[in-house]
Structures are given as C-alpha cells and as structure tokens.
Ligand binder design. Sequence first.
Ligand code: ADP
Length: 389
Amino acid sequence: MNVLVINAGSSSLKYQLLNTETGEVFAKGNCERIGIDGSFIGHEENGVKGKLEVDMPDHKTAISHVFEILKTVDQPIEGIGHRVVQGGWYFPESAVVTDETLGWVREVAPLAPLHNYAEADVIEICRDMFPELGNVIVPDTAFHYNMPEQAWRYAIPRDIVDKYHVRKYGAHGTSHRFIWRTVHEMMGDKTHKLVSCHLGSGASLCAIEDGQCMDTTMGLTPLDGLIMGTRCGTVDPATVFYLNRVANMSIDDIDTMMNKKSGLLAVSGKSSDSRDIEEGMNNGDENCKMAMEMFYYRTSQLFCEMAASMEGVDTMAYTAGIGENSVTMRAGVAKRLEWMGVKIDPELNKIRSDEPRVISTPDSKITVLVVPTNEELMIALDVEALLGK
Ligand code: ADP
C-alpha cells in the first residue's frame, strides 16, 4: 500500500510517500515557513534534492503544493497517516479519522498546543480535499497509554489528576514501538526486557517488556526525563515557583527557558547539536565536556530506572540522531553501565551503517544494538492495518 505520511507543525509540514510492503520511499520533503515570508519546500526524490520557493500562507496551500509535487512520482496515494504529538486520554492506539476522533485531537490540544491544533487542522483539510482517501491518526503517546498505573500516575491529589488529566503520557511512542518490533525480529526469544533509548534533539527512554510499554522517561509533556538539545529534562518542580517568585520570571519566560534555552545548549554554552559539543570537548572546552558527561550520567541513571520498572533488562537499543550516529555518546553511556554487565565492542561501535546491528561483545550480560528508527514506516503500517490494502 502507498501511504502519504504527514507530520505537521505550526509553521512546517513534513511529508513522505512510501510503500508499506517494500519500505521504498518514493519522495519526501518539508514545507517550511508556512504563514511566514520566505516559505519554501525542500523536496527529495530519487536521491535528488531540490528547493522550491512557493507562497504558503496557510497549511491548506502547503498541502495542495505537496499533492501537486507528488504527481511527478507517478505512484497512487492510497491512504494518509498523520503523526499526532499528543493523543491524551483518548488514544490507546492509532485510529481512523472520524468527526469523533478528530474532535479528540482538538480536545487534548491544551497538552500540546504548539502541535495538536495544527495537526487537527491539517487532518481536516486532507479529509475535505481528498474525501476518497482514508486518513489515520497516529498519536506519539499511544504506545504508552497502557503502561501500569504506578508508572503513569503522579502523586498529586486525585481530583486534580481526574479533572485536568494530569498524568505521564510520554512521547516518541511510534519510534519506541518500531524499535521493539525490529529488535524482536532480530533477537527473537532472546529479548524480553528492552530499554529503547531514543536519543535525538528530543530524547526519551522506554522500558518495553514483551512488546508492552512499562514506563518511559517523558511525562505530561516531552520536557521531562533526559537532558535534551534545548530542554532541561527533569528538574525539581519547585524551580518554577522559585524563579517565578524570586527572579520575577513569568510562567511563559520559564516555559521558554526550560524548553528552548536549556539542556545541552545551556550547559555547553555553545550549541544544542551534539556534534558541535563533541568537537568542543575534543578541543578542550570544559563546558562541552560537562555537557557530554551530564548526558552520559543522566542516560545511564534513567536506563537503570527503566530496568527497575521491568525488574530486569536483557537488551538495550540506541536510536535517533545521537543514538544512531554518535560513537562517543554510545560509548560514554555504556561505560557508566559496565557495572551492570553492559560491554560494547569498540570496533563494532565504530561501524557506520543504516542497518540494525549488535554492538555488544558476546559476553555482555545485556545485548546492545543500534537500530535506525523509522517512524514513517510504522505510521504507514498502521494506516495499512486500519484501512486495508
Ligand atoms: P529530532 O528528530 O528530535 O529533531 P534527531 O533524531 O534528528 O532529532 O537528532 C538530532 C541530534 O542528532 C542532534 O543533536 C545531532 O547533533 C545528532 N546527530 C545527528 N547526526 C549526528 C552524527 N553524525 N554524529 C553525532 N550526532 C549526530
């Protein structure tokens, strides 16, 4: 089945047209600066990249352009899958778009206002423009929906939890689900308790026992857990009250600081990109060194937290930009876990490949893999499962 996967943001729209049986990607791209001057589409087809400067005052125009561009691919579009950041308390799995499910995406939007409203608008536009195509909602939180209550519940009053739906939702669920699927295909019965480490500019770990999410490090929002490119990860929640009262910072100021000005960027004082930080460390920059050390430290700590939630761990998988590419980060995290029996082979760790692969030594107690994630394929497979071929 040929599926168009759409990942909409407030001013951007990523797309990918792929086939579920072969995994072949016919074309992909990103509409950028929607609603802003200087909008353009970066499009890639047959390995050739191009940039089209087109007017995109709104998402509807962007989608029209995408469908127009995709005509050159000469492949029928048979269904559309929409990544939705927050499925809230409604989506334990992906769902076909109906008035009801679309309403849910909007209802839970206060939990992810920068994403869900735009995503709901785009879903509605696609449904109206192409009524003959099925549309499917694939929430990034769905995989975590059924984690045990002790994992998702916060120890705050029940009436607040119930009225405002305050709980751990997690994120990167589509990626973690893909990682489980791939690891399970490779390892078969050798893997029961997996810690999936999605380390990109956003980063989260997920404890997965026999395909079921047992816990994850992101919380009500993707701000919690690991240190990320520009997000602080876990800090004492009282930091917010303190800064509000003492530093006279507004809630919005603190929100911006914690989401956009913290993390690796803040500690290194240099960049949110791990490549720059690694380079800085190699050139003797102490702040970059500390950013790297803190990343190893927190990742290894949270790895143990995930392992504890499953009362054990037999497999660890690295994925996303840093997890798939940074030899240094993988080695740094693994080193802090040596006491648990994690041993990676330095030569295997250095291999660059797009294939999933084992990088631990044969005598490592925990098998360590690098698994390139493919959220688009996972989304397309959900579309196929729900809409049929
Ligand atoms: P997201 O999808 O969350 O934006 P990615 O999964 O693309 O993020 O990951 C981005 C991160 O991956 C950046 O910090 C970047 O430095 C890192 N990264 C990408 N490629 C490499 C590489 N070759 N070596 C080291 N780090 C890399």
